[in-house]
Write a protein that binds this ligand. Sequence first.
Ligand SMILES: [Zn+2]
Length: 152
Amino acid sequence: MAKAVAVCRCRICGQEFKKEAFKYNRREADSWKAWAEENINTCPACYRKEKSMTEKDGRKVIRVHYADYKANYDFSNIKTVDYDEKEKSIGIIIPEKLYIEFEVLDKEGKREIQGGEISYEDLDALKYRLKEMAESEDSGMRATIVRVECIY
Ligand SMILES: [Zn+2]
């Protein structure tokens, strides 16, 4: 048996994730790894989210765990539906767009507020990029999201 570990990148949130498989021999394991890195492009968390997306009255709704909602999506004007007491899940009505306001701190320590619109689907990728920026030594720039507004 040969173990294959593929390092894939999620097309939605941009994070790297690993997929493992056991194959008959090294050659098959290497071939599977190459295939997986090319073709598996949605991380488990984003996959679950995509699967849970439904339509209600012509609007896209995504079901998330209530804790995830409180931690990541509890924007002041977000619209929610169908809180499920038993499952502890809630439906988020996906906004057309999000207006994001950042506080940017440049190399010289100058603070500036910047804003822009992104799609709801890009929010996770944006958060990941900001995290990468914060952890990188050489960029010297920091940006924090200070306000998120849903545009329906
Ligand atoms: Zn992802």
